[in-house]
Ligand binder design. Structure first.
Ligand SMILES: [Zn+2]
Length: 492
């Protein structure tokens, strides 16, 4: 059998490697269900080598649930459409000829108010649309390489247009070997569009609504943030970057179902883009925080694929907490924060807040299981992860005489997952081994068992520090200090 299998693999291999075309035609049409508009989508694809092509509908994104209800009116040309269950659709066909699946995308809430719970589903209103890629592009599961064409038809007159791939164009073509492109954002309507360039690459900002400051002020902050972060990650290859911003209605405490980040603004970072939702009285400072956090997800949670957390495995502490640590350092590096402000935020908003939080030591999997239903857990993974990042950063700096930092560790994770079809939940052993490379096997195992899984706070005495840092313990709460005149060593 063996030579036969080898021959078969050789014969099939080029087909697996070859780019597989996917053509989406999307029509904007009036609707009586949900919002004011609906999107009529046709996707043409090449069927699977078996007779069954399978599609998975999204279930939830952040606080937005039941997203499969946004998909209606399925049919197929060149094959037979079968609804397997609420989140799976099959198309059964014969032969290798292209097949087309048709479906409508509708808004899954009535009224016009964008809230925390409706933010991440399709928003399809009279004046604009705002749709995450996951809720727009159903994609055959057998595809491994995506040669995508998207054509928008029937767009209302005067509408502007932007997404994670371009601004102002109603046709996009791109080729990617991972499904990253589904984590994109697509907007059109009465958006104001600002265009610019950072380190030689185009960036665009699409926003609507009235704000307390000029559009240009926000765009300058965005460009500064992009420039700082791309320098940190030495990543100037990103061909285009989109930022979008729309007004939303703040949740009223007590009326919120489940748990949500209840600040004046909310963000969602994705492929070559992030989206911002903010209340119209939102101040600049929380927006600068948010821009830095969401953009960091381009790498942490994006290129560094941390997997999808569930009740049995969760790297939320890494995805959110390490992102917060990077975002805080990035604001310091960009000059949005002075050294004193940087230390104050780290000491108060992370260390002091976490060490006095009655829920600060909830075990990792209980935290994950109840994260979206228990609002007292809202900040725990962010703070816990940020402190773990600080611990790792200072330990690596101490051990290597500041020639290496947390960033070297993160680049190892990035190399392992970026464009490789694998994530760190599924390959947790790589994360554990890499941690052991930097900390030593015993310390890495202790950290993962005690401070990650069991959720225990790190004893302030255990922080290992390079000589330009000091750690005070204030009633058991670690507080970081930088030796005067040596800020530059920690800023790098
Ligand atoms: Zn985040």
């Amino acid at each position: 059998m063996r030579p036969f299998i080898a021959l078969l693999v050789l014969a099939v291999w080029p087909a697996l490697l070859a780019a597989q075309p996917l053509n989406y035609d999307i029509k904007v049409e009036k609707s009586t269900a949900g919002g004011k508009l609906k999107l009529t989508v046709s996707v043409q694809f090449f069927p699977s080598a078996t007779d069954t092509s399978r599609f998975t509908l999204p279930a939830s994104i952040n606080w937005t649930n039941n997203l499969y209800r946004c998909f209606r009116n399925f049919s197929a040309d060149g094959g037979r459409y079968v609804r397997e269950d609420s989140t799976h659709v099959l198309v059964i066909s014969r032969g290798g000829k292209p097949v087309t699946l048709h479906y409508d995308v509708i808004q899954n809430f009535s009224g016009e108010q964008v809230t925390v719970e409706t933010s991440c589903g399709p928003i399809l209103l009279r004046d604009y649309i705002h749709v995450p890629g996951d809720c727009l592009f159903l994609t055959p599961r057998h595809y491994r390489s995506y040669e995508v064409t998207v054509r928008w038809l029937n767009i209302p007159e005067g509408w502007t247009f932007q997404n994670s791939f371009s601004s102002g164009q109603t046709e996009q073509r791109f080729h990617l070997t991972t499904l990253d492109w589904q984590r994109s954002t697509w907007v059109a309507g009465d958006f104001r569009i600002l265009q610019g360039e950072v380190l030689g690459k185009p960036v665009a900002f699409a926003l609507r609504g009235k704000w307390l400051f000029e559009d240009e002020t926000l765009f300058e902050l965005i460009k500064k943030t992009i420039a700082t972060q791309r320098s940190t990650w030495d990543d100037t290859d990103i061909p285009f970057y989109s930022v979008t911003m729309i007004p939303f209605v703040l949740p009223q405490r007590g009326h919120l179902v489940g748990n949500a980040r209840t600040g004046q603004c909310l963000g969602f970072g994705g492929h070559q883009s992030f989206s911002v939702y903010a209340s119209e009285d939102c101040l600049l400072d929380p927006l600068v925080d948010l821009f830095n956090h969401e953009m960091t997800h381009n790498w942490i949670g994006g290129q560094i694929n941390t997997g999808v957390p569930d009740a049995t495995a969760s790297l939320r502490w890494l995805t959110e907490g390490f992102t917060d640590y990077y975002a805080l350092r990035s604001r310091w590096q960009a000059g949005f924060l002075t050294t004193d402000e940087f230390l104050q935020k780290l000491n108060r908003e992370f260390l002091a807040a976490h060490y006095s939080d009655p829920n600060g030591e909830v075990p990792n999997l209980i935290l994950e299981r109840d994260y979206f239903s228990n609002e007292r857990y809202e900040n725990v993974p962010y703070r816990r992860g940020c402190i773990l990042a600080l611990y790792l950063d200072t330990a690596i700096r101490q051990k290597t005489n500041n020639s290496q930092t947390l960033h070297d560790f993160m680049l190892d994770l990035l190399d392992y997952t970026h464009g490789k079809h694998r994530d760190l939940i599924e390959h947790f052993e790589f994360l554990a081994e890499t941690l052991a490379d930097y900390l030593g096997a015993e310390e890495a195992a202790y950290l993962l068992a005690e401070n990650v899984d069991a959720g225990r706070r790190i004893d302030p005495a255990r922080f290992r520090l390079p000589e330009f840092l000091r750690m005070r313990a204030d009633n058991g709460v670690p507080q970081l200090e930088i030796v005067a005149g040596r800020e530059a060593e920690f800023r790098k």
